[in-house]
Write a new protein. Structure first.
Length: 292
């Protein structure tokens, strides 16, 4: 004879089974030294350790001079893939956090918000991370993504200010982080942005017809071209501040684009670091636009 079990008895049995499964899972987790996420204690509202980036370059410079610590300056952009990796993977590593917090004054630059600093530091690829002595001598320049191990290895010899100041600097570096040697260069190698967008012609402009925008001096073919730019500068300004988005999308450092390899698409100017990347963009532009 087959006995029927009423619904309430089945429900009680299922609850017991779920309770046993949960208990077994907890015991296994304890044996492995793993604490279930719902049981983890983060100390209330206490935040995980992180790098305390200074709110302004001037404040960071003043603190470095006062405390005798070198600056760690990282130049990034929101649209740059390797920059996001640097912030998400490297700058969250406990080894990096400990070294930066104890031995450096950190400052993070958004290239689109502070183009004058990008120009002043002579940054041509994103991300770029620099170690700068308290006297504002650039001691180390690192372009592209840096793993936590690589960054710690590069920072370690520079963590002691007295050692840092004695180190021989690269002759190609600016003499000062505030007064760089290359501050009088023309943006986009002197090519006229209005000619590129409206005439599909790559022509150099003249210093006679120039204007300053986003901290860069831009040259134009004529006064008419200059006035068109001044009326709506963002219309003519290259996407991603002229960096090569294909390089960024492919995991390389977001290098400076070449105006001679410009492409006009959707009413904007897109620059690329080489002919191959330009052609890949032309074939599948929407794939790379997602990088923005």
């Amino acid at each position: 004879m087959i006995e029927r079990t009423d619904g309430s008895a089945q429900e009680v049995g299922m609850r017991k089974l779920r309770l046993m499964n949960a208990l077994t899972s907890s015991l296994v987790a304890i044996a492995l030294g793993v604490i279930p996420s719902e049981a983890q204690d983060y100390g209330g509202s206490e935040k995980a350790p992180s790098i305390e980036w200074r709110p302004s370059y001037r404040r960071a410079v003043d603190e470095a001079a006062r405390d005798g610590k070198p600056l760690l300056v990282s130049v990034t952009a929101t649209w740059c893939g390797p920059c996001r990796q640097l912030k998400q993977l490297t700058f969250t590593d406990s080894r990096v956090i400990d070294m930066v917090q104890s031995s450096f004054v950190p400052y993070l630059i958004d290239a689109d918000e502070h183009p004058e600093l990008v120009t002043g530091f002579g940054v041509e690829a994103f991300p770029t991370t620099m170690v700068i002595a308290p006297d504002l001598t650039i001691l180390k320049r690192m372009s592209g993504f840096q793993s936590a191990g690589d960054l710690v290895a590069n920072m370690a010899p520079l963590a002691n200010p007295s050692t840092s100041i004695r180190m021989q600097k690269d002759s190609s570096e600016p003499a000062s982080a505030l007064q760089p040697a290359n501050a009088i260069t023309f943006g986009f190698d002197g090519y006229c942005l209005v000619s590129i967008l409206e005439e599909s012609r790559v022509r150099r402009g003249s210093e006679e017809f120039s204007a300053v925008h986003r901290g860069q001096t831009i040259c134009f073919q004529s006064e008419e071209h200059r006035q068109k730019f001044l009326a709506n500068p963002e219309k003519y300004w290259p996407v991603a501040n002229g960096q090569c988005l294909v390089s960024s999308r492919e995991g390389a450092s977001a290098g400076k684009g070449d105006p001679r390899l410009a492409v006009t698409w959707k009413g904007r100017i897109w620059l690329f670091s080489d002919r191959e990347r330009q052609q890949r963009f032309i074939q599948t532009p929407f794939y790379y636009v997602n990088e923005l």
